[in-house]
Every structure is written in structure tokens, then in C-alpha cells.
Design a protein around this ligand. Structure first.
Ligand SMILES: [Zn+2]
Length: 350
């Protein structure tokens, strides 16, 4: 608590002192609220002095808020301006103040997401579409996810072409299915709103579904890019062992995606796209593709690969997950092999 002194920052809103910020948290309404940060310094939770969670934040890899934070949600639902003094803690991703860097967007976010009239009748585009170009795509240099062309046409080998066509066909079906589920939720929200009932759960479901739809669309786009890759030839190889998946460069120069299921093929395809956009492929002495970069990057890439895998098939998945937002750092850390050993512990230790 000593480090709080000297760092304290007084914040005034409308002339009234309403909170004191410190590195450890903030004081508001005469009470201390504490930040729980992850290893990247992102504020994951805010608790009161008794340890009760007041805010819960989930982020996409590049810092977009994935879930709604519970108190911002509550404020928005109550019809109050979510930016005005409340319990709401605006210091989120990277510990930075979210509202000052994306103020208009967050306002937009709350209005769009939690006003049923607007959501249902004015903005068919999900929040994520709006955020991605800023937070994700400019950052990693990938292409907009909305650009989806017929896939498979550029893959060099006929057998590969056929597989890709079948795979992307399945992805389209998935998207269709998920979109139907979104519609169902929207109808339910309309119903519940009329009766003045709580719609929070339905909105959460919609966010979960839309995140999956976006994963699938992004993946389709990546597959198309790989098909058009002039420098490399890719092929698929079935491997028997359940859950096996990796990318290997063959002696013939072909890059083989080894997989025991379609979902795992998508997992590896995501890794290939990541390597491409970060400057090139890295192989070990056996020709197995490795991820390079800082641990945080590798973790981020791994989570991304698991998210597309999950979006395609939640049953072909190493652990039970009910919402894509549960696939986070902690989830990865807890992921164990059949012997009970943590698979990614090495990424989480200093
Ligand atoms: Zn992986």
C-alpha cells in the first residue's frame, strides 16, 4: 500500500472530486477498489476491499473489450450515462484508460449493445466489426475479415482444393447456424423487453455467437490468402492420433498441415497465417513449424488458434468451454495433457 502515496492522482469531474487513482486501484465513494492485473498489466478485475468482484474484463488479443464489464453494463442498463462517475472503472487494457482512448466508441458500445431498439433495428453490424479495423487489423497487417471470396480456387493441388472446398463449405454452414442462433436471441430480447424483463443473458449469448461468426469469417479469409500464396505450397495430411496437429515442411518443400480433425486443421491454419503476417516461418531442425516472438505474442497466437478451433467445433476441444470468452490466458495456463501436466506452463513462467 506504500506505493500508493505519491502516485495518487486526483480526478475531477464536473468540478466535484469523485475518485482518487493509485497504481493499486482507486478510491471512490470513500472506499478502496483494487485492480487485479494479469501478467501483461491488463486490469482483469476490480474488487472491493473484501475481495468481491466489482468488474470483470475480458479482452481480445489486441485489447478490444470482449465481454462487457459488469458495472459498465449495469450503468448502461440503468439508463445513466456510463461515462459519468459511478463505480465504473475505466482503466482496462494494459492498465490504460479505455474511455479516453476510445471514448466515442465505448459510448457507442454501450448504446449499441444495450439498447434493444438500436441493436435490433438500426445496427445489424456487430460491435466487433467496428472495432477490428482499429484494434486488430491495422496492428497485425492482416486483411479485413469481411472480404470473403469463393475459396479454394487458387489451391494448387486438386486434392487439396477439394479438401479446402469441403472445409470452407462446412464453415459456411456453421456461420449460417450461428446467425440463426443470433436471430433467435434477438427475438427473445424483443420479447423480454416488451415484458420489461432482464435481457442481459441474451446479449451475452449474442456477443458469444458473433465472436464465433467473426472467427470463422476471418479464418475463411486466411485460407483464401494461403491458397493465393505464390511463395509456398500447402497440403493437408491426416494423422491418426486423436488431437494431433502441427505444421511440417516436407523434403519436397511442401508445407504440410497435419491434423486429426477439421477443427485442428483450422487451428494450424491460423498459426500459419500468424507466422506469415509476423514476417515468416520458423522451423525447428525436424522441419516442424514453431512460433517465434515474445511469450505474450505466442500466448496470444495460441489463444487465437484455440478460438477458431472452438468456433468450428466446440466438441472437438480440449476442455469444456461454454463461451468463447473463457478461452483466455488463465484457460490456456490450466490446459492439461492426458497425464495432467500443464501444456503451456512454459509460456506463463518467467
Ligand atoms: Zn497451437
Amino acid at each position: 500500500m506504500n506505493d500508493m502515496r505519491g502516485f495518487a492522482l486526483l480526478t475531477k469531474v464536473h468540478g466535484a472530486l469523485w475518485r482518487v487513482d493509485t497504481p493499486a486501484g482507486y478510491i471512490a465513494s470513500g472506499r478502496m477498489h483494487y485492480y487485479i492485473r494479469d501478467h501483461q498489466g491488463n486490469v482483469r478485475q476490480v474488487t472491493d476491499s473484501d475481495g468481491n468482484v466489482e468488474q470483470d474484463n475480458h479482452y481480445y488479443p489486441y485489447g478490444m473489450l470482449m465481454g462487457e464489464s459488469s458495472d459498465i453494463l449495469a450503468t448502461a442498463r440503468s439508463g445513466r450515462n456510463p461515462l459519468l462517475p459511478s463505480r465504473a472503472n475505466p482503466y482496462l487494457y494494459g492498465g490504460k484508460e479505455y474511455l479516453t482512448t476510445a471514448g466515442a466508441n465505448l459510448l457507442d458500445f454501450t448504446a449499441r449493445t444495450y439498447d434493444p431498439t438500436i441493436l435490433l433495428f438500426h445496427t445489424p453490424d456487430p460491435l466487433r466489426d467496428k472495432y477490428l479495423p482499429v484494434h486488430s487489423y491495422l496492428y497485425c497487417g492482416a486483411n479485413p475479415i469481411n472480404r470473403i471470396d469463393p475459396t479454394g480456387k487458387d489451391w494448387k493441388d486438386d486434392k487439396v482444393k477439394k479438401y479446402v472446398k469441403r472445409l470452407t463449405g462446412k464453415m459456411d454452414k456453421k456461420v449460417e447456424h450461428l446467425e440463426k442462433d443470433v436471430k433467435k436471441c434477438e427475438n427473445k430480447i424483443a420479447n423480454l423487453s416488451q415484458k420489461g424483463k432482464d435481457t442481459t443473458k441474451e446479449y451475452k449469448k449474442i456477443e458469444n455467437l458473433k465472436a464465433q461468426i467473426n472467427e470463422l469469417k476471418q479464418s475463411k479469409n486466411e485460407i483464401e490468402q494461403l491458397g493465393a500464396d505464390k511463395d509456398n505450397t500447402y497440403a493437408f495430411r491426416n494423422v491418426d492420433a486423436n488431437g494431433s496437429h502441427r505444421v511440417v515442411k516436407g523434403k519436397d518443400g511442401v508445407i504440410y498441415i497435419e491434423k486429426s480433425s477439421d477443427a485442428l486443421a483450422l487451428h494450424e491454419l491460423r498459426h500459419i497465417a500468424q507466422s506469415k503476417s509476423s514476417g515468416g516461418f520458423v522451423y525447428d531442425e525436424k522441419g516442424v513449424m514453431r512460433q517465434s516472438g515474445l511469450k505474450n505474442t505466442v500466448i496470444r497466437n495460441e489463444l487465437s488458434a484455440y478460438r477458431i478451433q472452438y468456433s468450428f467445433d466446440k466438441y472437438d476441444f480440449p476442455s469444456r468451454v461454454d463461451d468463447i470468452r473463457q478461452i483466455n490466458n488463465l484457460w490456456l495456463y490450466e490446459l492439461k495433457d492426458s497425464n495432467g501436466n500443464r501444456l503451456y506452463e512454459y509460456l506463463h513462467t518467467e
